[in-house]
Design a protein around this ligand. Structure first.
Ligand code: HEC
Ligand code: HEC
Ligand code: HEC
Ligand code: HEC
Length: 351
């Protein structure tokens, strides 16, 4: 073999290697938006079939008897579910076990010698999660609509939902000659393996920084300001990568890519997403963060913060969680009541 051949082989091998990051055909594309706008969504049938099992709700349990004494009158320490009949209450406990702790059973949340005891943190968390779920179903209809949510939407048969986030420990990132890296230039799963800033969540899903690329002021003001700097633009794109990845869609699901800012040309899904961003902020600030001290240290993140929710926590790669299956319909116990006041951490009532 002469040198030329060897060089060719090397080139071929390198091309093969660099293309292996691309998806193997076939891929399907679906046209959305007006004709000629080129708004296409690209799907990979293999990814879709892998997702089918993940997006199937467990079979509903037979309906419970709604008559008879209330759980609040029969049991000793029922603070949220007191209005249910004993039948409905027990059906829901079986549901909790199936969705959150199928391997561990009732004992994951209960002292089995005394079900009224609150000594396990898991029970205290589950009580607050019950209020959170009811609150979502009753007051966030502009996002969850009639599809609604149950514990299964996030938990999928696991005590710790598969998709959660913590604040990254910046001190672990190499500083050296590069100075402050702003979480960049290391492909991160939080931004779908792009090298955009790796924490798009603290600024947008806890704080309410503006999600913008175009500055309305003369001088840039950094990610925390109201204007838009290069930094804020990068963070916006990082967050958009998360959203697309979390829902398993392209940008055209919510934007006409000829003008990302323009609302008039955006599909209605963008408005649903807008409400979703506000909803997730509320979940993190009013429900998750106040539970920080309730969780044991091994459940907290590298900087001591509690696990938090992002778009993937419910969506898990699907445009609607469980592909829109209306599982909450079989669980009226979790419907909640818009008139019911759920105390938030800040002392007021959740919106
Ligand atoms: C994921 C956590 C979780 C699991 C698993 C769970 N429970 Fe519960 N259970 C709770 C919570 C939270 C309450 C309190 C509800 C309230 O305050 O409204 C409760 C309350 C109860 C009570 C009322 C006790 C009293 O006297 O106050 C009974 C009885 C009960 N559960 C039975 C069960 C049974 C039986 C199982 C297993 C089939 C089970 N639970 C599984 C979270 C759980
Ligand atoms: C919007 C998403 C979401 C919904 C809906 C939800 N949870 Fe959670 N849950 C979380 C997150 C996030 C955590 C924190 C993970 C951790 O434990 O570190 C959590 C933690 C828990 C834990 C503690 C588990 C452990 O081992 O630390 C219990 C118990 C729990 N949830 C019960 C429930 C119950 C019961 C419901 C339904 C009434 C419910 N959750 C609904 C997101 C959700
Ligand atoms: C599920 C819906 C959804 C998807 C998918 C999505 N976006 Fe967005 N995007 C939004 C929403 C909602 C806003 C406005 C957020 C706000 O103001 O709170 C936004 C804002 C933006 C902005 C800021 C516009 C401005 O006014 O400055 C840019 C740029 C952007 N998106 C780009 C993208 C890109 C690029 C992708 C694909 C990688 C993408 N988006 C995918 C919903 C989406
Ligand atoms: C608490 C669970 C939950 C979280 C967290 C969540 N969603 Fe959703 N989302 C839902 C449910 C349920 C639906 C289905 C509503 C329906 O049937 O119209 C939905 C629907 C949507 C839709 C409309 C899809 C369509 O085809 O009409 C968009 C867009 C969306 N979500 C974006 C987001 C974004 C962006 C985030 C993160 C900022 C997010 N969601 C976080 C539960 C959630």
């Amino acid at each position: 073999m002469n040198l030329k051949r060897l060089q060719w082989l090397a080139v071929l091998a390198l091309t093969g290697f660099s293309l292996s990051g691309c998806e193997r055909p076939p891929v399907d594309s679906v046209q959305v938006g007006f004709r000629g706008t080129g708004m296409e969504l690209v799907y990979n049938p293999r990814t879709l079939s892998d997702q089918a099992a993940l997006n199937t709700a467990p079979p509903a349990l037979p309906e419970a008897d709604k008559s008879g004494p209330r759980a609040g009158a029969v049991y000793k320490n029922v603070k949220v579910l007191g209005n249910l009949s004993v039948g409905e209450f027990n059906r829901l406990m079986v549901g909790y076990t199936q969705w959150v702790a199928p391997e561990q059973g009732c004992g994951y949340c209960h002292n089995l010698n005394n079900f009224a005891d609150d000594s396990l943190y898991t029970k205290v968390v589950a009580r607050r999660m019950t209020e959170m779920t009811m609150h979502l179903n009753a007051t966030w209809k502009n996002h969850v609509a009639e599809t609604g949510v149950t514990c299964q939407t996030c938990h999928r048969g696991q005590p710790v939902p598969g998709k959660i986030w913590f604040k990254p420990d910046e001190s672990k990132l190499a500083k050296g000659l590069l100075g402050q890296r702003n979480g960049q230039n290391a492909p991160a799963p939080s931004v779908a393996y792009s090298s955009l800033p790796n924490d798009p969540f603290s600024a947008y899903l806890v704080k309410d920084n503006r999600i913008r690329q175009i500055s309305q002021t003369a001088l840039p003001q950094g990610i925390n300001g109201n204007g838009s700097s290069t930094q804020a633009t990068e963070a916006t794109y990082g967050f958009m990568m998360h959203i697309s990845d979390a829902l398993g869609v392209n940008c055209a699901f919510c934007h006409n890519s000829r003008n990302f800012s323009n609302w008039e040309e955006s599909p209605p899904q963008r408005a649903t997403a807008w409400h979703g961003i506000r909803m997730v902020r509320e979940l993190n600030n009013e429900f998750m963060t106040p539970l920080t001290k309730t969780f044991p240290p091994n459940r907290l993140g590298p900087t001591g913060d509690v696990a938090k929710v992002n778009c993937a926590t419910c969506h898990q790669g699907a445009y609607k969680p469980l592909w829109g299956e209306q599982m909450a319909k079989s669980w009226p116990e979790l419907r909640g009541n818009p008139g019911r006041v759920i105390k938030t951490a800040s002392g007021g009532a959740a919106k």
